[in-house]
Design a protein around this ligand. Structure first.
Ligand code: PXG
Length: 284
């Protein structure tokens, strides 16, 4: 596998960064997770835009242009001969002195890893996920905005641990106001009275690219979509619930905190949107 590292394509063994890199020392940097479907980098423009916005938000200047980044992503996929797969795009602050001062860092590292994807077990797409609510709340937007896809993912990791401890692959995160935010690596939707509902960006969530694609596909299918405040109560009494994300795509949720959602099996609207998303992703 060839890895893009600062303009060079190198082997896994050669792909190394400094132990003084602030990406390692402080989680100071940004990233994207992107899918490859049918040799195409899925929604490449949306991911590149979000990466540069995340970087701008943390005052990190990426040393190459958005057009150069787009070309580098495409070339990395081609060089590795990937048809379907997953890209991890990382930009670190670069190596510096032991201290937080970004003025004492240099050479942000631009890394593109393209590999085959490890999917959630197929069975879960048929039966749906069981999730729990984490006690760890989502970062307060005025502490570290969840809109930034930063290398500092401990907030999500702590919630994910609560999930896996409870035997669940995802966990629901509540925001600083006590409302539903998102899951640790996925956005959340419910269906209520036939209407699709999802928390709005001001709930303190990552503006998921899969989320935005599903909203658009749902509207094209004639569904009403509302970005609204949701509480856990809304999920408990929903007809259907599902998650969206680059890794999960569209996956049903059939239980929250031991309570069955709807009939306890993936709902019809969820299954239809999953199907529409798969067709869209494959360019059909
Ligand atoms: N919320 C959070 C907190 C995320 O990290 C999403 C929602 C979904 O966003 P997208 O744009 O993917 O629809 C994410 C995405 C990983 C990994 O390796 C994590 C994400 C995406 C891909 C891989 O853990 N997070």
């Amino acid at each position: 596998m060839k890895i893009y590292l600062n303009g060079q394509y190198v082997s896994e063994d050669e792909a190394k960064v400094s132990v003084f890199d602030h990406g390692l020392l402080y989680g100071d940097g940004v990233f994207e997770g992107i899918r490859i479907y049918n040799k195409r980098v899925f929604l490449i423009q949306e991911h590149v835009t979000r990466l540069y916005e995340s970087a701008r938000a943390i005052r990190l200047v990426i040393p190459i242009s958005e057009a150069e980044m787009t070309a580098a992503l495409e070339k990395t996929v081609e060089m590795n001969g990937l048809t379907d797969g997953y890209i991890r795009l990382v930009v670190t602050r670069g190596a510096g002195s032991l201290g937080l001062d970004i003025r004492r860092t240099s050479n942000p590292q631009v890394i593109i890893i393209a590999d085959r994807i490890s999917l959630y077990p197929q069975e879960l797409y048929e039966t749906g996920l069981k999730i729990i609510t984490a006690s760890t709340i989502r970062n307060h937007p005025q502490a570290l905005s969840p809109r930034i896809k930063s290398l500092n993912y401990l907030n999500n990791i702590m919630a994910k641990i609560e999930g896996t401890d409870a035997g669940c692959l995802e966990a629901l995160m509540i925001n600083h106001k006590g409302d539903v935010a998102e899951c640790t690596g996925d956005n959340i939707f419910i269906v209520k009275n036939g209407i699709l509902k999802t928390p709005s960006i001001d709930a303190g969530i990552l503006e998921g690219i899969t989320r935005n694609a599903v909203i658009q596909l749902a509207r094209e299918a004639g569904l009403t979509v509302e970005e609204v405040t949701l509480t856990r109560h809304d999920i408990y009494v929903a007809e259907e619930c599902f998650l969206t994300g680059t890794a999960a795509e569209v996956i049903a949720v059939v239980e929250l905190d031991g309570r069955k959602i709807g009939t306890g099996v993936p709902g019809e609207i969820t299954k239809d949107l999953k199907h529409r998303f798969e067709k869209f992703a494959r360019g059909e």
